[in-house]
Structures are given as structure tokens and as C-alpha cells.
Design a protein around this ligand. Sequence first.
Ligand code: A2P
Length: 257
Amino acid sequence: MSAFHREQVLSVQHWTDTLFSFASTRDPGFRFKNGQFAMIGLEIDGRPLLRAYSMASANHEEALEFFSIKVAEGALTSRLQAIKQGDIILVGRKATGTLISDNLLPGQRLLLLSTGTGLAPFASLIKDPEVYEAYETIVLVHGCRQVSELAYGEHLVERLTGDEFLGPLLREKLVYYPTVTREPFRNRGRITDLISSNRLFDDVGLPPLDRETDRVMMCGSPRMLEDLRDLLETCGFQEGNHSEAGHFVIEKAFVER
Ligand code: A2P
């Protein structure tokens, strides 16, 4: 048995010069938990070329979806950005990852903190009805350099808010906070600064960070993750993993090339 499923590309959407998303068919045997990732790629000269990609689709959805950067000289993304409807991609059979609810202690508020394509696992998690059952409030923060880079997340949240089934859950519990660092926008600044200054919570009218009630998942640029980890640990938060649940969990956004 091959280590991969061969899936057909169903659609591709280019958001900016550096960001695109694509959907593919999903083998009925491919199981995953929302927030997990798998190895995704293309067959190049008879060999698989793969990188880790978080599923941006939820596990109750029929199709798979991924959100990717494009790097002109990147071994995989330079080719992947050219895929079209009907092309074949490889999807590893095994999904894994730490951004799953089981790795967190019970809490009341879930903070999903992302930069760039680190949004992908949270695109999956905000479609999970169990997440809305487990938490009173879910705060989704997406930080980017430019406003145009927010588009995938903005469209997704808008679409889900109008969804017949998920819409009422999002409207009751999801707070979406896009923020930009390098040009004017209604929310500005790095996630770390927005949390340590309380600006994020003040802006949306919620209480400040609190270890007793808050659980945090983060995904994105490695330096942002390091700084956020320091910030949370200073506040007494402990990192969770598969063997022991904690107050926060971390996954870097994988594909850099
Ligand atoms: P900034 O523009 O101030 O560097 P990148 O494209 O480099 O991955 O960055 C994505 C977003 O993450 C940008 O808004 C960037 O802000 C922010 N960022 C980068 N490094 C950090 C960090 N150490 N802490 C918080 N945010 C960061």
C-alpha cells in the first residue's frame, strides 16, 4: 500500500502574489482531527516531493482544503502554485499535530493566535461544533504584514458566519480579530504587543489574559511563537502535549519554501 493517497484538485484560488488555497478530493479512509497536519505534495520525476500542511478543511467536510504560501524558488511551492483543477496531488495517509483540543486543559475562552498561513489549522477548528461546545468564547487572531494577506481568513469567517448550521455558533461565540503590522488598518500591531498591552481584549470588550480561564493555540512564524511562549510562560501558562494537557499548544507554520 502506498504511503499516499492520490487526490484530484477540485479548485484553486489565488489570494495574493504570495498566497493561495486549493481544495482536493478526500479518500474516505483519510481520517484526521481538526487542527492536524499531513504531508502534502506532488510527484516530481516519479518521486514524491512533500511538505507538512495543516488541513484548513474540517474533518466533517467531504473535500480537503489547504492554504499555502508561494515562493518562486521554493522546491514545492513554486510548482504547487501552478496546479489546476483536475491535477493530482499526493496526500500522506497519516495526520498528526499538537493543535488539538485534547492537549488543552478545560477552559472557558480559547485564543487561536496565528500569523500568515498559520491560520490554516484554525480555519479547520472554527468549523468544529465541538470547539463551540467546549468554550464560551473563541478569539481568532490573524496577524499579517499587509491587509491583502488577510483575505482568505476574512472570506472564510464571512462565509461561515452566514452558514445555516455553523452561523449561529460563530455569531454567538467567535470573535475574529485580524491585525496588520506594515500598513494602515483598523487593527494594527503584533499579536505579542496586542496581548501584553491588553489592546486586543480592550478592543473587543473582553477581560484580559487569565490563566484560569484562557487556553491558547498558536501557529505561525517561529519568532512570533517563541515570543508568545515566553509571554505566556511569564504569566504561568504551561505548554500541553499528547502526554499531558496544558494551558497552551504550539505548531509552527510549516512550509517556508
Ligand atoms: P512585523 O511586520 O512587525 O514583522 P512574517 O511575514 O515575517 O512571517 O510575519 C507575519 C506577521 O507576524 C507580521 O505581521 C509580523 O510583524 C509578525 N511577527 C513577526 N515576528 C514576530 C514576533 N517575534 N512577535 C510577534 N509578531 C511577529
